[in-house]
Design a protein. Structure first.
Length: 760
């Protein structure tokens, strides 16, 4: 005979919607989530909801049923229910995250042990028993992921419960859906509140059982060492002669990374602190100077360890991504792969993206070198920006804070071109062909280091068309490429398929290249990109292949503009549309671009151009490029472009961010500066360093804004043709005037309806 709880589950699932008719229940909410009367009120509510509760979705039904059973105090029944839910989660039938569910499984099991024990058992003892029994059945990776959920703070659960109570304030009844939401919110809060402080010592016990953790000082040069944490799965330490590949990451802040992450995935993990961020007495003179050599020494040390199988891969985000490429330039024999997320590229995207120095680079090096606790807040940095901007001083005078950072930043200003000073740290030109190891690059359309990521990828493929290099790119910013995508990004709804776990994508790729595991399907080509709005991943062999079907739109002046026109045909009559900017004007010292990616009205700083509505949906995928046909009254200028989808509703969706700002004298060649000829009509091809992957809705238009770049937080190009860092407001002279001619156009790779849905 089947247990009663199981009969109830089976009958309820069978009856489905017949038992789930909409109904309300009498309920007056307590004032506060911590009110002692709340458990009793929810006990009464759950007793009335339980008899008729049913649900079509088995996962949701079992989850809600267990919460209701806990609300009435029947922990044994709730434990049985969650065991059934666990069976579903471990099968392929469920889409819920099993790690988070285990937090509640352990809590419910502990309550069941506490209530069913023949002799009184404290909840602390019951929880320890449930924790150990559950974790004994987990592998290292499942246990590691569970720790993250266990460490989640209580406060969000309390806020969620309080919000559910506040929504019922002043009402005397509650509908079924709201009642279930309230009971679930209480259950989550009660679970985290009850186990607060109990998990950390048990987690520490698990770490000791599963891993060998060592703090080491690894020699990298004469009188120089690098501090590192080495974590190895315990079986590797216990088994005589067992070896495994190592995963090395070099970071500026070890507290922000967990060395056990790689170990939980089966690697010998080495998390090293970069020398520039370590002991002040042993630091090199400036960032980037020793990282490649240090990485070589670390890789050689790892390969010599008895637990190493002499294969090392590197991973890193931002600065750590740069270090991986610096190591790849030198080609250590044991280095077998690099996986980078939003990697930095000194001289390419930092400190002067597209040759325009940015104040945030000075902030970065200053905060890297100052003593902890002496960092300046955002308001103070904005004040420094505005003070320099209003004064009109040379950019070389901008770094005014005491310390080495100012001298370092000024030394960078001595190299505005991508010259040998920058090129010595990274592969350059044909050197990319020597990087003959698999490479993974992850970035986003809204990531600050997308410029560097696309540079590495494009240069690698240009100099070695057969390079094993996969680019994963989608509607992500710096935060989401590191932590995973949420349902929306700065106001832009994200497609369900875009919400992938970036960390697991990286480890799946590493398993493929190091352990011959199956290649992840969404990394099966060179370029793997998500088209926002289309809800699908697409694939192309290269960025060049994406550009084979460009949508060309010419700039055309309208007598009634702005906005002027983006037209499919070049104007048959001459166009002379003039933009003027007084570079002495400082009234906009406080201006910064909006953070949201979706807005009603937008502020167009410059000239705006608008296409006709598209009759059908159009997918844009690739880099913006084109040619500017213009006459200018200066020898140089910095321009800025932004591109939006203007929907029929009036909403504007930004297609990439940050905006594409670039110096005209370097648009064709980042190594050599080519000044403009004042007063002469000239043509200048350009290509954006940012990629678009977006579906334009039928009825939408494309909106381009094109303006002269002048901001308080960036270097100002006065157009005199000198070293821009030496120019000041005294060099401004007459207002900058650019006259746009009819030959100006932009091109964006596009895919129409008839081409959509198949890989390129």
């Amino acid at each position: 005979m089947k247990p009663l709880a199981q009969v109830v589950v089976l009958v309820s699932l069978a009856l489905g919607p017949m038992l789930a008719a909409a109904q309300d229940f009498d309920f007056e909410p307590p004032l506060d989530a911590t009110d002692p009367a709340l458990p009793s009120a929810l006990h009464d509510l759950a007793e009335r909801v339980l008899p008729g509760y049913a649900e079509d979705d088995p996962d949701l039904y079992l989850s809600n049923l267990a919460a209701l059973q806990m609300a009435i105090g029947d922990a044994a029944a709730a434990h049985d229910t969650r065991l059934k839910l666990r069976e579903r989660l471990e099968s392929e039938q469920s889409t819920l995250p099993p790690g988070r569910a285990s937090v509640y499984d352990i809590y419910v099991q502990a309550r069941a042990i506490e209530s069913e024990a023949p002799e009184k058992v404290s909840f602390t003892s019951a929880y320890a028993r449930a924790f150990r029994e559950t974790l004994n059945g987990f592998d290292d990776l499942d246990a590691y992921e569970l720790e993250g959920w266990l460490a989640a703070p209580i406060e969000p659960r309390q806020r969620n419960l309080q919000r559910a109570l506040d929504e019922r304030r002043g009402q005397t009844s509650i509908p079924l859906a709201a009642a279930l939401e309230l009971v679930q919110a209480w259950f989550a809060y009660d679970a985290y509140r009850s186990v607060d402080g109990l998990a950390p010592p048990l987690i520490a016990e698990e770490i000791e059982r599963r891993y060998v953790v060592e703090e080491v000082a690894i020699p990298v040069a004469a009188n120089a060492t690098v501090a590192a944490t080495v974590v190895r799965p315990r079986p590797a330490a216990d088994a005589d002669g067992e070896t495994r590949p190592a995963l090395l990451e070099i970071t500026l802040d070890r507290s922000s990374r967990d060395a056990r992450e790689a170990a939980a995935h089966g690697y010998a993990s080495v998390l090293a602190l970069a020398r520039i961020a370590g002991d002040a007495a042993a630091r090199p003179r400036a960032p980037f100077e020793t990282e490649g050599d240090d990485a070589w020494a670390l890789i050689a040390w790892i390969a010599q360890q008895p637990w190493s199988d002499e294969r090392v891969a590197m991973q890193g985000s931002g600065y750590g991504g740069f270090v991986a490429w610096a190591a790849a330039k030198r080609g250590p024999p044991a280095l077998r792969a690099i996986a980078t997320t939003d990697p930095m590229a000194p001289g390419i995207d930092f400190p002067n993206p597209n040759r325009i120095f940015v104040n945030s680079s000075y902030r970065w090096v200053h905060e890297l070198l100052v003593a902890p606790g002496s960092e300046l807040d955002d308001a103070r940095w904005r004040e420094l920006d505005a003070s320099w901007y209003r004064a009109g001083r040379r950019y070389r005078d901008f770094p005014t804070l005491p310390g080495r950072a100012s001298a370092i930043f000024r030394s960078w200003l001595n190299h505005p071109s991508y010259d040998a000073f920058w090129r010595k740290w990274l592969p350059f030109g044909p050197e990319f062909a020597n990087v003959d190891i698999p490479v993974l690059t992850v970035t986003g359309y809204y990531s600050p280091h997308e410029t560097a990521a696309l540079y590495y990828f494009a240069e690698h493929l240009e100099h070695d068309p057969d390079a094993d290099h996969a680019l994963l790119i989608g509607p992500f910013d710096e935060r989401t490429v590191a932590r995973g995508a949420s349902p929306s990004l700065r106001g832009l709804p994200l497609d369900p398929v875009a919400r992938i776990d970036m960390t697991e994508a990286r480890y799946q790729w590493l398993a493929h290249v190091l352990s011959e595991a199956e290649r992840p399907t969404y990394l099966r080509a060179g370029v793997n990109y998500e088209v926002t709005g289309a809800n699908e991943w697409r694939h192309a062999p290269s960025l060049t292949a994406l550009a084979e079907k460009p949508l060309r739109l010419y700039l055309r002046a309208w007598p009634d503009g702005p906005p002027h026109a983006l037209a499919t045909e070049r104007s048959a009559v001459p166009m002379a549309l003039t933009e003027t900017r007084d570079l002495e004007d400082r009234t906009d010292a406080g201006w910064r671009p909006a953070n949201e990616l979706v807005a009603g009205d937008i502020e167009a700083r410059g000239v705006s151009f608008l296409s006709e509505p598209f009759d059908e949906a159009v997918d844009l995928a690739g880099r913006l490029r084109g040619e500017l046909d213009f006459t200018i009254n200066k020898q140089d200028a910095d321009l800025v472009m932004t591109l939006y989808e203007e929907r029929a509703t009036g909403e504007h969706v930004q297609l990439f961010d940050p905006a594409f700002a670039f110096r005209l004298s370097y648009a064709a060649d980042r190594v050599h500066r080519h000044l403009l000829v004042a007063g002469v009509r000239q043509q200048l091809p350009f290509q954006s360093d940012r990629m678009i992957g977006h579906r334009l809705e039928a009825g939408s238009r494309l909106l381009l804004t094109l303006g002269i770049n002048q901001r308080a937080d960036q270097q100002i190009n006065y157009g005199a043709g000198n070293d821009v860092s030496e120019e000041s407001i005294e060099d401004a002279g007459a207002p900058l005037r650019i006259r746009w001619h009819e030959g100006s156009f932009i091109e964006i790779p596009s895919v129409g309806d008839r081409d959509r849905g198949r890989d390129q």
